[in-house]
Design a protein around this ligand. Structure first.
Ligand code: ADP
Ligand code: MG
Length: 827
């Protein structure tokens, strides 16, 4: 067993102590160091209770950088205590208190910034991260309200961008004013008085310039009459209305002319996304002050080379132009610069993560048994497509490397991903490793279990079968065991399977996320397949990674994701694409029917069934809960079986059914005992019934294109011509557009791109699931900028893989800052 590296841990912690817990003992920050140390160490702890304690230290998802020096000291002590415990190897013995923790904390040096760089002015960095209450004029209650908007520090405020700008930049004279337009004038106040239109005390002012006079009204605002005194020169911006044949500004923005820069008028004026109790005028004024004073203090972390190559403006300028742009062009340039930063840092973070886990822990090189592979491929009733072969080769190449594979396999529904994955699983098993296959739903896990059973049966024969456990002989010199582990598995069977897994007696575990629950411990997990990757969060992926000695991970998805987007969101993964379907696959005729054509659809289904085929009917999508969804499905099922298809055999499938029942219905449908299967959208992925020829989708406009495409992929898996019927009582405009796209486009990647265009990435993935940071300026639909950021990040990594180059010091610091916040948000 390799030895745990206490020496480096202790040395660094001692240094960190000497430096007053200033997070400066290692370049790149303590968080990264802890993470790496934890990755190295976790596999070498064999004692269960120690392992549990180890996980409780949260070394992998730490946020040291965010702690106060006192908190850091306390935490360092727990880590040292734990290390001592590990070293002693006796979990029961109380840990000795390490000597260094007893020393007093040197407070002065605790204020040193994380990374020292000649260019970083430590004083200003300090103040940028100071609370906004240190700004003159910001009261605690004001600060509290900003806290609700996640604005706490001066830096936060600089990055608190307006949602939009009002264009008051074009000055007019009174004679040039036009009704209904947003206009700006510079004028003299002639007269200001309180009036009572509709009984509301309001201010009415007459202003004018050399071309004429105009009225301005502020309703419910009598106190302005006191402020706007005759002969005062003011700027007015707002909408001009016609009232009794004369122009009037209704509640315009205004400010005195002589007070330095204009804030509310006469320019592009920011409008901030505020919360209750915060007002635009007050906020604008405050932010203008902060931007003027502090934007210049921001150190630009982007290397000059990148900036000039990408023609990006400097950071301080970008920040101030994002708030108070001099003109539209600069406003756009500011957005581009800040959006680039977000995407670039995102890419760098993802690439660093990948680098770290690749370097921190050697992967397990798996020897490929060519002979077994050949035998397996021979045993299949078909030959792999060129694309399958190519992808399989990519996977096999990865598996043989001493670096853990992290690959995303994309391929349309039915493109044959499962076969490829099974080949890889089998080869890992042949080399003596345990493997796992995770699916997003129980039905899918069950189906994978059945599929793999079928595939292995061609190779060896089933020697023993009990509950959720199949044992084969004739594949390898030893028996090969596969197990199904899902939520519905009885507690007793679960315990037995867990035990067998710990003992290393199960070769392939197939299941839902139940697999990654903590009581499941593998003896030597070497290879993991995650199906429908997009449903798993980053955190789940990394938990899985911790389950074994850094296993190879193959993620599969049938949701085609445009390449750039995939690289952004799953940038730590390599990409493989199966871009062709097995021969003989047909185009599924897709038709969007008008509501009054429903009867036609039902007749069509009757005809298809009469010809011996089967149909799916997807129930209307109801957002709220699976329970409500299930109830709606039951109602639909009853309606259809009693009133529409009384003579046909109907089945029902929904998420609230017991796993056994679901399985039974699926089996019945598969065995042609049912003509029509009514289902909630749970059916979306993976179910394989070759005799089904009709997929009817209710309220089809509610689904995304990719999802509709998934449904469509459920039919056309046999030789008979298949059909997809879309119903939608009254689709929104975007819904209509989607429906006409799906009728004519059959390429999953094209549909994904359309989806992205029509719905935006948030809906496309569910941002939370994807683990994406909150992008404020960047839009994931901005492919060109995404690509630029990706290219630049990769270029930087080829030049300076560990970002050790002094000119990247600021970048490293920014990276640590951005990603730390993100971890906090995720946890
Ligand atoms: P996916 O997981 O990508 O949706 P599957 O691996 O489940 O696709 O394959 C879909 C169907 O196509 C299965 O019935 C499978 O046996 C079959 N299949 C896979 N590869 C081929 C191939 N190269 N030629 C013919 N049929 C194939
Ligand atoms: Mg599949």
């Amino acid at each position: 067993m390799p030895v745990i590296d206490f020496e480096s841990l202790r040395k660094i912690l001692e240094l960190e102590h000497k430096k007053g817990y200033s997070d400066s003992a290692v370049i790149g920050g303590m968080d990264k160091f802890f993470r790496q140390w934890a990755d190295k160490t976790v596999t070498q702890i064999t004692d269960r209770s120690l392992l549990a304690k180890f996980h409780k230290l949260y070394l992998r998802d730490n946020k040291y950088a965010a702690l106060s020096p006192e908190q850091r000291q306390a935490w360092v002590k727990t880590i040292l205590d734990f290390a001592a415990l590990l070293e002693s190897g006796k979990p029961e013995k109380p840990a000795p208190v390490r000597e260094i923790t007893a020393k007093p904390l040197k407070t002065p040096s605790a204020k040193t910034p994380v990374v020292k760089s000649p260019a970083a002015k430590s004083a200003s960095i300090q103040s940028l991260d100071a609370s906004i209450t240190t700004i003159k004029g910001i009261s605690t209650s004001f600060a509290l309200k900003f806290g609700k908007l996640n604005v706490r520090t001066i830096r936060d405020l600089l990055y608190f961008f307006p949602g939009r700008h009002l264009d008051y930049s074009k000055m007019k004279t009174v004679s040039q004013l036009q009704e209904g337009q947003e206009e700006t004038i510079v004028a003299n106040v002639w007269e200001a008085k309180i009036t009572m239109p509709g009984g509301r005390r309001s201010t009415e002012v007459i202003v004018g310039d050399e071309t004429g006079n105009v009225r301005a009204m502020w309703f419910n605002n009598p106190w302005l009459a006191k402020i706007l005194t005759p002969n005062m020169k003011i700027v007015l911006s707002g909408k001009v209305r016609l009232f009794n044949g004369r122009f009037v500004f209704e509640s315009p923005e205004w400010e005195p002319m002589e007070e330095g820069d204009l804030i509310h008028t006469g320019r592009l004026v920011p409008v901030y996304p505020l919360t209750e109790g915060l007002h635009q005028r007050q906020t604008r004024k405050m932010i203008k002050g902060v931007v003027d004073l502090w934007a210049g203090q921001l150190t630009d972390f982007l290397p000059n080379e990148v900036k000039s190559r990408c023609q990006l403006i400097a950071l301080p300028q970008a920040i101030s132009q994002a708030h108070y742009p001099d003109n539209i062009d600069l406003k756009d340039k500011a957005r581009v610069r800040l959006a680039f930063d977000e995407l670039f840092l995102l890419q760098l973070g993802v690439l660093s993560k990948k680098r770290d886990w690749q370097e921190s822990q050697p992967g397990t090189p798996i020897k490929i048994n060519e002979k077994l592979l050949d035998t397996f491929l021979q045993s299949l009733p078909f030959t792999l497509t060129r694309a399958q072969q190519k992808v399989l080769n990519e996977i096999l190449e990865d598996m043989q490397k001493p670096i853990a594979m992290s690959r995303l396999l994309q391929g349309e529904v039915g493109s044959g991903k499962t076969v490829v994955a099974t080949a890889a699983l089998l080869l890992a098993v042949a080399d003596g490793y345990q493997t796992a296959l995770m699916a997003p739903t129980e039905i899918l896990a069950e189906q994978h279990f059945a599929t793999i059973h079928k595939l292995l049966s061609g190779l060896g024969h089933l020697q023993k079968q009990q509950d959720h456990l199949y044992i084969y002989s004739g594949i390898l010199p030893r028996p090969v065991t596969i197990a199904l582990l899902i939520g519905a598995t009885t507690a007793k069977t679960k315990r037995e399977i867990h035990q067998l897994i710990v003992n290393g007696e199960i070769d392939i575990v197939i299941g839902t996320h139940a697999i990654i629950q903590k009581e499941v411990e593998f003896r030597h997990l070497g290879f993991v397949v995650v199906d429908e990757q997009h449903r798993f969060g980053v955190a789940q992926r990394s938990t899985l990674r911790q389950k074994g000695t850094n296993p190879h991970v193959l993620a599969m998805t049938a949701t085609p994701i445009p390449r750039t987007l995939a690289l952004t969101i799953y940038g730590d993964l390599d990409l493989s694409v199966i871009d062709e379907l097995p021969p003989g696959r047909q185009l599924i005729k897709t038709k969007w029917l008008q509501p009054n054509e429903r009867e036609r659809a039902y007749n069509f289904i009757r005809k298809q069934v009469a010809e011996g085929h089967q149909a799916f009917i997807i129930c209307p999508l109801i957002e709220e809960s699976e329970t409500i969804q299930a109830r709606a499905a039951v109602a639909e099922y009853e309606h259809l079986s009693q009133e529409v298809f009384p003579n046909l055999k109907m089945g029902l499938l929904h998420g609230r059914m017991a796993s056994k029942d679901k399985e039974k219905v699926m089996q019945q449908f598969h065995d042609k005992e049912l003509d029509i299967l009514v289902s909630t959208p749970v059916i979306e992925v993976g179910i394989d019934v070759p005799n089904a020829t009709v997929m009817m989708v209710e309220s089809a406009d509610r689904f995304g294109l990719s999802q509709l495409h998934q449904f469509r992929g459920r039919v056309g898996r046999g030789p008979a011509q298949s059909y997809c019927i879309l119903l939608s009582p009254n689709p929104s405009e975007v819904g209509q557009e989607r429906l006409s796209v799906i009728e004519t486009v059959f390429n999953g990647f094209k549909l994904a791109e359309e989806d992205l265009r029509l719905r935006g990435p948030g809906e496309f993935f569910g941002t939370r699931q994807s683990g994406l940071p909150d992008l404020r300026m960047a839009k994931l639909s901005d492919v060109a900028l995404l690509e630029l950021a990706r290219r630049e990040a990769e270029r930087l990594f080829t030049q300076d893989r560990h970002l050790k180059n002094p000119e990247h010091a600021l970048l490293v610091k920014e990276l640590a800052r951005v990603w730390t916040t993100e971890i906090e948000e995720l946890s």
